[in-house]
Design a protein around this ligand. Structure first.
Ligand code: TXA
Ligand code: MG
Length: 321
């Protein structure tokens, strides 16, 4: 095993905290996807992170916290956003709030915005690190900007190799898709990125009206509805085509269910049982695997557009542009 990758343990967690304290970058599993963590109060480590990911400076980071007290130090939350936090945290939901100036968050980590995206993760390893670090942690997904997200430690190695100071291997991420982003600075609140939790679920549990996600087309790509949410994203290097019923001879096929072309080679099946949660869990892993085959095209079978299938389709759509 590579030297910069360690299994999750007391030793690796302490090492991660030490590294974060001295401005180094550490890849950590979260319940959604792997993130590259840095200290958002340290300009040098933020710069290192943007350079590692080749991330445009206008794309702000998500800040991870482990207490409401920590939220209060860096943001203003009204009673409605607090209610959402109480119902969904810790978990795969990020809230955009008005930012409170603080030494804990450098302007550069949030692209100089007046708002800030915050999430309290459920991930055990990240919570252990937050507990010992005792400050917020910035962690964008652990992939090169625009490429397929990482859902296990090997994906992080494939993306960054030795360029990252430490990777903690905690196995696969539970969901396999990024957190839902809810903007609470606009009224009504609005979903800015589809994820595991949908607007209906938030409305049901809180009674607050939530505007659904606005799908973008190529025409409004110039003005992303969330900074950095460029239309093309999550993209393998191999061109990708969605809603394919009949793969071509030279395609790498990403199938779903057992209704069509189960004998095509090469192919991977997101879920033979047609289970959308399983498909979400496998999505990024299989896209990376098929990308490695260097075929002329990755063809993807239709995925039912309901529940988490909507998020899968949104990711695939953006990967196909
Ligand atoms: O599940 C997740 O959210 C993962 C794990 C690691 O926590 N993180 C993640 O981070 O997906 P990233 O950097 O890949 O995506 C963050 C998204 C970007 O699209 C960014 O534009 C948006 O959050 N964002 C951050 N701050 C924002 C703000 N103030 N307003 C609107 N969007 C914001
Ligand atoms: Mg990302």
């Amino acid at each position: 095993m590579d030297k910069n990758i360690l299994k999750e343990s007391n030793y690796s967690i302490n090492k991660a905290v030490k590294y974060l304290n001295c401005g180094k970058l550490v890849a950590i599993q979260t319940e959604t996807v792997y993130g590259v963590a840095c200290n958002p109060g340290n300009i040098k480590s933020i710069k290192k992170l943007y350079e590692l990911k080749q991330r445009p400076a206008f794309n702000p980071l998500i800040i991870h916290v482990n207490s409401f007290k920590m939220v209060e130090e860096i943001a203003y939350a009204d009673k409605f956003s607090r209610l959402v936090m109480e119902k969904f945290w810790p978990g795969p939901l990020t809230l955009i709030l008005h930012r409170k100036k603080s030494n804990l968050i450098h302007d550069f980590a949030i692209s100089g915005l007046e708002t800030i995206a915050i999430r309290m993760p459920r991930s055990k390893v990240l919570n252990n690190i937050l507990l010992r670090f005792r400050k917020p942690i910035a962690a964008p997904s652990a992939n090169e900007s625009g490429y397929v997200s990482a859902t296990d430690a090997q994906h992080v190695i494939d993306s960054f190799g030795k360029k990252i100071d430490l990777i903690i291997n905690s196995g696969r991420s539970f969901y396999g898709l990024e957190s839902t982003i809810l903007d609470t600075t606009s009224k009504p609140f609005e979903i800015k990125r589809l994820g595991v939790i949908d607007n209906q679920k938030i409305e049901n549990l809180t009674g607050i009206k939530i505007n659904p996600f606005q799908f973008k087309s190529k025409d409004n790509n110039i003005k992303p509805n969330s900074p950095g949410q460029m239309l093309k994203h999550y993209s393998p290097i191999t061109p990708l085509k969605i809603n394919v019923l009949k793969p071509k001879h030279n395609d790498a096929f990403l199938n779903f269910g057992t209704k069509i072309f189960i004998h095509h080679k090469p192919s991977l099946n997101l879920s033979k049982k047609s289970n959308l949660d399983e498909a979400a869990y496998n999505l990024f892993d299989y896209l990376r695997k098929l990308d490695k085959l260097n075929k002329s095209r990755i063809a993807v079978a239709p995925i039912p557009n309901k529940g988490i299938g909507k998020t899968i389709n949104e990711r695939l759509h953006r990967a196909s542009i």
